[in-house]
Design a protein around this ligand. Structure first.
Ligand code: SF4
Length: 358
């Protein structure tokens, strides 16, 4: 790319033929041993592995090859709930483990590490959020799935990014004012789409807010035939340039159906593992971030998702820990707000299943 006409400080990263894999520091022998040990442990422990699209390609392969699933957080939880295994191992971030526990309180839910969290979850502490809600009792509280179990329990509705616009439009048409949390970019997008009166909590995803609009404009000049796929946790000026705005599953479907030779993708780089499988003939290009300046915090890969590896996955199965626990009262309340979304989707024949969230 040394002769690139792009006059910006970034260098696009390419994902042509190599699957995306994070660099867990293991020798080939160690890796091979873990690849053999983990499926055996899953069987011995009557466990199923569910993994998010943003985890390492190695983890995604393991989930696929052992009869688990690779998906968004809601589908992960639903798959785990419907599977016959008594233990669900969630490779993702903590709120995903909690969502699995909320939908499956009678099952044991393990995670490779409970340290894997999310800037949206961290940025919306339950007590402060409850106080914020108490200050605005006239508003209907709608929260994104990327929140703690306690925040879900405080909400009237939980929504995924795939159904947020439909739910808020429905509430708006019913004359309701909304209190939205935690992602402000997704909130602004929903507000623009629906015209609803929305009071926004000011959270953000450290991965998606790094995408840069100016550099994206330059990149599109370089690839004029490319389609731009953007997750709505990205800044508005990036969303404005999108051909498709959608949840992880919606972006994967768009990639599969696209006739464009290249796709510029603004979401976590972990998605390229599955996207390559579904759209093998396409050139996949990561949308530019601030990654080549000193301000990069994520470089389009979630540092918490990257904490899931083969070593701690094997350990979780061997030790039966760490286990996700959620207070039963919190579970009951959170089931109510999650259930509203599921009922809404069922009534509208909207397909939440398979078109879920982040
Ligand atoms: S990618 Fe963003 S929204 Fe997803 S877990 Fe990481 S910080 Fe949270």
């Amino acid at each position: 790319m040394s002769d690139s006409p792009i006059k910006t400080p970034f260098v696009p990263r390419y994902f042509r033929s190599q699957a995306y894999t994070a660099a867990e520091q293991l020798s080939e022998e160690q890796r091979a041993e873990l690849r053999e040990r983990i499926p055996r442990l899953l069987q011995e422990k009557d466990a199923v592995l569910v993994a998010h699209y943003y985890t390492d390609g190695e983890i995604q392969r393991m989930a696929d090859q052992t009869g688990g699933c690779v998906s968004d957080s809601l589908e992960m939880a639903r798959f785990g709930a419907e599977h016959t295994a008594s233990t669900v191992v969630v490779a993702g971030v903590r709120f995903m483990g909690e969502t699995a526990k909320i939908l499956t309180p009678h099952k044991r839910v393990l995670m490779p590490t409970l340290e894997a969290t999310c800037s949206l979850d961290i940025g919306c502490p339950a007590e402060q959020f409850a106080a914020f809600c108490d200050q605005h009792p006239e508003r209907t509280v709608v929260v994104y799935a990327n929140t703690s179990a306690q925040v879900k329990a405080r909400a009237d509705w939980v929504v995924t990014s795939s159904i947020a616009v439909d739910v808020v439009r429905h509430l708006h048409e019913s004359g309701e004012k909304i209190l939205w949390a935690p992602d402000r970019y997704l909130g602004e997008y929903v507000q623009r789409e629906t015209g609803a009166d929305m009071l926004l909590w000011q959270g953000s995803c450290i991965v998606h807010e790094e995408f840069r609009a100016l550099e994206l404009t330059e990149l599109r000049k370089y690839y004029p035939q490319a389609e731009v796929l953007v997750h709505p946790e990205s800044p508005g000026a990036v969303i404005e340039q999108a051909d498709v705005v959608g949840s992880t599953t919606q972006l994967l479907k768009a990639a599969q159906n696209s006739s464009a030779p290249q796709l510029i993708v603004a979401t976590d780089a972990g998605i390229f593992h599955k996207m390559q499988q579904l759209a093998p003939g396409k050139e996949l290009i990561a949308a530019p971030t601030a990654g080549h300046s000193a301000s990069c915090r994520s470089c389009a890969h979630c540092p918490w998702m990257a904490m899931n590896g083969l070593v701690n996955l094997a350990s979780a199965l061997e030790q039966g820990a760490p286990e996700v626990h959620v207070d039963p009262q919190v579970v009951a309340k959170a089931q109510h707000s999650l259930g509203r979304m599921l009922d809404f989707a069922a009534q509208r024949s909207a397909q939440v299943l398979g078109v879920g969230d982040a």
